[in-house]
Design a protein around this ligand. Structure first.
Ligand code: 13P
Ligand code: SF4
Length: 311
């Protein structure tokens, strides 16, 4: 990319010229969120993608989000600035191993978190996000035997608030697993009035210290509506951008990682996307998200079922 190029202006120009729409997750870099047509949590991005009329969707997020958009819109071009933006949680659940887990537990309804590959979605009865997981689990009769994958922390949390006993896949996200409970407790002593906001991908001992547990969108809404002035935020750092933008008079403190020397609150996959890659991806209409059509057909039903239940 030419160094003198005004990336923001060029992205907006190309977007208009090609009839593209940019969707960005709250964990994207601030400048990408600012240029997007829509920002949202993973449920909102799927809902928006399913309703779009534009021929090109640029999904600024990680691969499974691009795949979800492509599965919902097979006739559209779905672009992603960096195709190698994976997800440690999705990677913790390989389709062949998950299939074995299902086969070992016959008669179970399979509920999967949307942070999964298309192959795992194709093995699933209904998908959930952190926004609607409780609602969807509770839409099944109480005695329904359920397998839940891949996030053991979200699964444990949903078991604890619903009284269910879902069988859990043993996966986790590397960002949400690294917060330190001891350091968070210490920070709470330093800021006694601060409310702790935590994503349900965090382990249970951390969630116990939280005033609000919820998806990125739910944590943001809580901060916007709250009369409180200080918040400690236990989720990926990208959400701080929109929190600070929407609440300029409030203070948001990132929850401390166990290793204070690392940038552990950043999801390295989410942060692979840059303005430069976004520009190139619009210019060359590459890389495109592709999903095998047979897998996509199998994966579409559980996604649509999720969207129907959460309407
Ligand atoms: P949300 O569904 O809250 O947007 O979270 C997505 C995600 O990847 C969390 O790590
Ligand atoms: Fe996946 Fe975790 Fe990154 Fe979310 S924060 S995309 S769950 S690795």
């Amino acid at each position: 990319v030419d160094k003198d190029i005004d990336l923001k202006a060029e992205i907006l120009r190309l977007k208009k010229e090609k009839g593209a729409v940019i969707l960005a997750h709250y964990y994207q870099k601030g400048e990408i969120q600012d240029i997007a047509d829509y920002i949202g949590d993973s449920l909102a991005l799927a809902q928006i993608a399913s309703r779009l009329t534009e021929p090109i969707i640029v999904l600024c997020g990680v691969n499974f989000m691009g795949e979800t958009a492509k599965i919902l819109c097979p006739d559209k071009k779905v672009l992603i600035p960096d195709l190698s933006a994976g997800c440690s949680l999705a990677d913790s659940c390989k389709a062949d191993e998950f299939k074995k887990f299902i086969d070992d537990n016959p008669g179970h309804t399979v509920i999967s978190y949307v942070n999964t590959s298309a192959d795992v979605k194709a093995l699933t009865d209904v998908l959930v996000t952190s926004t609607n997981a409780r609602q969807i689990v509770e839409s099944f009769p109480e005695d329904t035997p359920i397998i839940f994958g891949p996030d053991r922390n979200l699964g444990n949390y949903i078991n604890s608030v619903t009284g269910r006993n879902m069988k859990l896949w043993n996966g986790a996200c590397h960002v949400h697993e690294q917060f330190s409970v001891e350091k968070l407790a210490e920070l709470k002593r330093q800021y006694p009035d601060a409310k702790v906001l935590a994503h349900p991908e965090c382990p249970a001992p951390l969630l116990i210290l939280a005033d609000k547990v919820g998806s990125t969108a739910a944590l943001l809404n809580y901060a916007v509506k709250s009369d409180n002035k200080e918040f400690i935020v236990a989720t990926e750092s990208g959400i701080l951008h929109e929190m600070r933008k929407r609440c300029p008079d409030k203070i948001f403190i990132p929850a401390p990682p166990a290793d204070s020397t690392c940038a552990c609150n950043d999801c390295s996959f989410m942060k692979l996307n840059t303005m430069e890659k976004l520009y190139n991806c619009l210019k060359y209409e590459q890389p495109q998200v592709e999903v095998d059509s047979e897998i996509a057909d199998k994966a579409r039903r559980p996604i649509e079922r999720m969207l129907e239940i959460s309407e």
